[in-house]
Design a protein around this ligand. Structure first.
Ligand code: PMP
Length: 305
């Protein structure tokens, strides 16, 4: 990742990709206290369009606020930085990674005296799941790792340290032959995937876990709105893993994972064992709107031209 051409926005300036470096004593590298976003820009007929940029930046600032880190830039500066890295790197489509972190001004757990730094990188990252996964669905295993409790890391913050739990869960699932992990909360109810929110569909009603132990996903919110606008009921409630076993359809949502059908959980086939019809409908609308084909959702797109 580090050895390539291009530019990265670092602390207010665009710097050559290879020079966007930090010291090994960078505080956030040691203790995981940092926050970030994952944002996507899609190719449209008017150039690359960043999907729901303002909402991602709002969540970045909220995450920093939760961790009591003060971002030393205004939101519109960070929005412009994201537009600039897509444009200056001439990316037709991109994954964007804004990161807020403590620097190498000190070590130890006291936050006083540490400076908050901000980096924004963008690169082409076409598919997080394989293209077949988006059509055929993926195999998921319930994780042996519990998802964060609200009083351990605070789930509303998309914080760097939280992803240790995600990595443990995902790599356990992968080494067991599955494609993704489903994490339960500390009471045993379904929380989310390692980097996705989760939905099930039963009798044409969509269900998704309440926002207690999962991230307030921007794709989740988008899919809830798209489903309701198409006449589906959506309920946010506590869900159990066996409700997924007997669901008609299930899918993950996320900026990287987009709308990924789940065909199997813990060796139980879900529904027909492939992408279900409502998942297919919502996935198609999602892909059309992020690619700028649906005028009514143009407000969600920021053109990086
Ligand atoms: N949960 C977790 C743990 C995630 O990392 C992500 C990805 N940001 C999501 C849910 C989905 O959020 P979004 O739709 O905003 O990408």
């Amino acid at each position: 990742m580090a050895d390539r051409d291009g530019v990265i926005w670092l602390d207010g300036k665009l710097v050559p990709w290879r020079d966007a470096k930090v010291h090994v004593l960078t505080h956030s590298l040691h203790y995981g206290m940092g926050v970030f976003e994952g944002v996507r820009a899609y190719e449209t007929d008017k150039g690359p369009a960043i999907f729901r940029l303002r909402e991602h930046t709002d969540r970045l600032f909220n995450s920093a606020h939760i961790l009591n880190m003060k971002v030393p830039y205004a939101k519109d500066v960070i929005n412009q930085a994201q537009i600039d890295v897509v444009r200056e790197n001439k990316l037709p489509h991109a994954y964007l990674r804004p990161l807020v972190f403590y620097g190498s001004e000190g070590m130890g757990l006291r936050a006083a005296g540490l400076n908050v730094h901000v980096a924004v990188a963008a690169w082409e990252w076409p598919s997080y799941m394989s293209p077949e996964a988006l059509e055929l669905g993926i195999k998921v295993r319930t994780s042996s790792y519990t998802r964060h409790h609200v009083n351990i890391t605070m789930c509303k913050a998309k914080s760097s340290g939280s992803y240790m739990n995600s990595m443990l869960a995902l790599n356990e699932a992968l080494s067991g032959g599955a494609d993704e992990a489903l994490l339960l909360d500390n009471e045993g109810y379904v929380a989310e995937g390692s980097g996705e929110n989760v939905f099930l569909i039963r009798d044409k009603v969509l269900y998704t876990p309440e926002l207690t132990s999962c991230l307030d996903g921007i794709t989740r919110k988008t899919i809830i709105q798209l489903a309701e606008e198409r006449g589906y009921k959506v309920r946010e409630k506590r869900l159990t893993r066996d409700e997924f076993y007997i669901a008609d359809e299930a899918f993950f949502t996320g900026t990287a994972a987009e709308v990924t059908p789940i065909r199997e959980l813990d060796g139980r086939i879900i529904g027909e064992g492939k992408r279900g019809p409502i998942t297919e409908q919502l996935q198609a609308v999602y892909f059309d709107l992020v690619r700028g084909k649906l005028d009514e959702y143009r407000d969600w797109l920021t053109f990086a031209v």
